[in-house]
Design a protein around this ligand. Structure first.
Ligand code: ZN
Length: 494
């Protein structure tokens, strides 16, 4: 995206994301402590994650499996041989005074993912975003600043080590993103992939997915990058987009005013909708990385790699494309239906059970989704199964019931599930599609409304709607709409 400034110079933003995804293993990366969120402070701890002297970390094999699967799904090259390193830093949230992470030999490199935001015509604009690397590491603890003083703010800090040693995969993108929208699309696609794989929940509110943005601006056509600013503290996709767009404007204005952009870390302030300076960076920090001596090298053999590759599910981008080509759905519908894998699978199972794809898609995106929203439940929680939806769509297709009746009985079906046919029969709701029966009903209605008939014949043809309404009312909504309209039009002519 190119932004023109008041001076006429055109600028472009160069944006990269560093994303930390928590891997949803039951236990921590180097010990057997639980990773359960929301426990009392310092409940999920042991001598290993508390960094006591003399203890030895052991790699949780599930962490390796999840990280490799994430790497494969991101089209990365998986390192057959990699290792862990110590990153030295002193901060109260890290009891060992170093973090175990991967520095020069990450588990995955040179990947990419595709974003496909829709343009104004509803067509996807596909773009590949490079993934520089992904690596495994342990999370740090959490500081809680407490006490309050009118001048000094909090007066003391508490530390909770439950999160210390929780497994993370850090995913670093290439600086391929150009706008807040693209960055938000990238982060959403990353979360979709993590969720599809079942290796993380991507919950931003609980901190399971955290994005840091690196952003600079430069005049269009210039090769070299501008000074890079880091933004932290965004906990929603819309905050990522807004923070970036704000920062692009701020940096262009500063450059135009002849100011120097400082290399710094800024925080997104949700309340004021702006970024504020947190700290300036003076050169690169020296973390004095060295190989972690307490852990053995990580070797991923061909056999394991092939097995993990074979277990990957169909990914969101593949599904979107298939929904458009195979099911004939619009890019917008394909996008909505594949956002949550459970919803996508529900639709697919219903199509496999014989439902027309477009009809089934409409029911899933319409009445079923609004039911899930009002009940605050997931699609896997409803007793109305995919084959029940196929049956419903089939009965409408055959003319046994009409769409209006289907809408009427759906709430009961969503609550109780079971055979649609049986419910329709027990309620006597099969549609009235016998021309003679509909004709007779229409004759009765015309006879009972002579004034409206006279007005209709006098040119007030919009009264057709009134007669249709009467037929629907008298038949309890069962009259087949197409046939009703056809017979009514004939009889009203006289
Ligand atoms: Zn532990």
């Amino acid at each position: 995206m190119v932004t023109a400034s008041p001076s006429g110079t055109k600028y472009e933003a160069v944006i990269g994301l560093e994303t930390h995804c928590q891997l949803s293993t039951a236990t921590k990366i180097f010990c057997n402590c639980s990773t359960e969120f929301g426990q009392n402070p310092n409940h999920n701890v042991c001598p290993i994650c508390l960094g006591m002297p003399g203890v030895l970390p052991v790699l949780n094999e599930k962490v390796l499996e999840f990280a490799v699967k994430a790497g494969l799904a991101l089209n990365a090259t998986i390192a057959p041989y990699s290792k862990f390193d110590r990153k030295q830093y002193f901060y109260p949230d890290l009891p060992k005074n170093y973090q175990i992470t991967q520095s020069d030999l990450p588990i995955g490199e040179h990947g990419w993912l595709e974003i496909a935001p829709l343009d104004e015509a509803g067509q996807p604009v596909r773009k590949r975003i490079g993934i520089t690397r992904l690596h495994m590491e342990e999370d740090a603890g959490k500081l809680v600043h407490a006490g309050s003083d009118r001048l000094a703010g909090s007066t003391y800090s508490l530390v909770d080590y439950n999160r210390t040693g929780v497994p993370l995969v850090e995913i670093v993108s290439e600086p391929d993103l150009r706008s807040g929208l693209e960055a938000a699309e990238y982060a959403q696609e990353l979360r979709r992939i993590i969720r599809y794989l079942g290796v993380g929940d991507g919950n931003m509110q609980e901190g399971s997915l955290r994005c840091d943005v690196n952003i600079s601006v430069r005049p269009v056509g210039r090769e070299e990058f501008g000074v890079k600013v880091e933004i932290k503290n965004m906990n929603s996709f819309s905050a990522i987009a807004k923070a970036i767009d704000y920062e692009i404007e701020r940096q262009i204005a500063a450059v135009e005013a002849g100011e120097t952009i400082l290399q710094e870390t800024r925080l997104w302030e949700e309340g004021t909708q702006r970024t504020i300076s947190m700290r300036t960076k003076e050169g690169a920090s020296d973390y004095r990385y060295f190989p972690e001596p307490d852990l053995t090298a990580i070797v991923v053999g061909d056999e394991r790699l092939t097995a993990w590759k074979g277990s990957l599910p169909e990914l969101p981008a593949q599904k979107r494309l298939r929904y458009e080509t195979e099911y004939g759905l619009s890019p917008y519908d394909a996008r909505v239906l594949t956002d949550d894998r459970d919803v996508a699978l529900y639709l697919e199972h219903s199509i496999q059970a014989g439902a027309d794809a477009k009809q089934a898609a409409n029911w899933v995106m319409g009445d079923i989704t609004s039911h899930l929203k009002t009940q605050k439940i997931s699609i896997t929680d409803i007793p109305f199964q995919p084959d029940n939806l196929a049956e419903l769509v089939g009965l409408i297709g055959k003319g046994t019931i009409n769409g209006k009746i289907a809408k009427e009985i759906l709430p009961e079906l969503l609550e109780k599930g079971g055979s649609v046919q049986a419910l329709v029969e027990s309620k006597g709701m099969t549609s009235l599609s016998d021309p003679a029966a509909i004709g007779q009903l229409i004759d009765e209605i015309i006879a009972a409304n002579p004034t409206e008939l006279e007005q209709y014949r006098g040119g007030k043809t919009k009264l057709l709607g009134f007669f249709v309404g009467q037929v629907m009312k008298q038949s309890g909504g069962r009259a087949e709409p197409k046939l009703t309209n056809q017979i009514l039009a004939e009889r009203l002519k006289g």
